[in-house]
Design a protein around this ligand. Sequence first.
Ligand code: ATP
Ligand code: MG
Length: 330
Amino acid sequence: MDAIIKPTGLRTGSTLTEIVRVNGLRKVYEGKQRVVAVDGIDLAVREGELYGLLGPNGAGKTTTISVCTTRVLPSAGSVCLDGVDVVASPALARRSMGIVPQYNTLDRACTVYENIFFHCLYFGFSRNDARERTAQLLEQFHLSDRASAYPAQLSGGLAQRLQIARAISHRPRVLFLDEPSAGLDPQSRIAMWDAVRALRDEGITVVLTTHYMEEADALCDRVAIVDHGKILVEDTPAALKSSVGAQKIYALELDNYEDAPQLAGQIRELQGVFEVEPTPTGLRIFAGSADGLLPEIVRASNPYGLRDLTVTETTLETVFIRLTGRDLRE
Ligand SMILES: Nc1ncnc2c1ncn2[C@@H]1O[C@H](COP(=O)(O)OP(=O)(O)OP(=O)(O)O)[C@@H](O)[C@H]1O
Ligand SMILES: [Mg+2]
């Protein structure tokens, strides 16, 4: 009764544990303006993993996911999903994947129930099996009491849960989630994280994109940081954070920021400071967790018109800043 046809032919020698393999992927949008959206991406996602692509707007995350999910053709390179080449055999590849795009694609004319039910029929379930699977998913995603509602009547969080439920209804092995928490309030975001973790516990491999560093950190087993169509680094969130070396970042805003290079020289001499770099309005200081550094920084900066000072612990954003010199949101 399981409607999934397991892909057989066209296996490309992938290892048992590797379920998504992207090789030398490039996508150039040719138009009035030529845009290199993906500029040589290689990655491998292991079965059962929760893998994240973290990067700022325009980094090429959606384009990468779109090639993986057969929505966009690559300019060069290849994507294999469960051993199936997605360009050569898109229909077969689609049976192994669930997709939640960046924008709501629920059928507005169908109820919550029908959105899942028709998806099951589309993937070859009998009406009975589709009914059973729909009821089970409505239960699992706490949507049973909204079964006869229409998408427009759902909150953003519920609509997103429905999109995820629908995407996994044909029991794909890999789920692609493009910006799953964009536009959700903090509470719905945490509910969505729980739902995604539950999928991973069920054995579904999840590939998600996000520009929220907290989301990548909280959810993902491994994260690739993407910028300008390239992967800058890829590792576990813990390893990425410890790669920075520093435990704290002090961001200074100075009235006399034109004199910042001089102050930077002084601050570099302080015990526990690893690196100092200029920002448009002051300085950014990378340091260990040494006691007593804060008052010394304040003392040194006061003559330069210290206007504001923020101290943050190392996050994935720190990693991004170190690699690119920019904020994720800039
Ligand atoms: N259909 C298209 N035609 C032309 N250019 C495109 C198209 N789709 C995306 N781009 C461009 O390709 C680049 C990468 O876009 P993409 O949507 O993949 O980035 P993203 O990382 O998903 O960004 P966001 O965080 O905004 O969703 C951007 O410069 C974008 O403007
Ligand atoms: Mg996107």
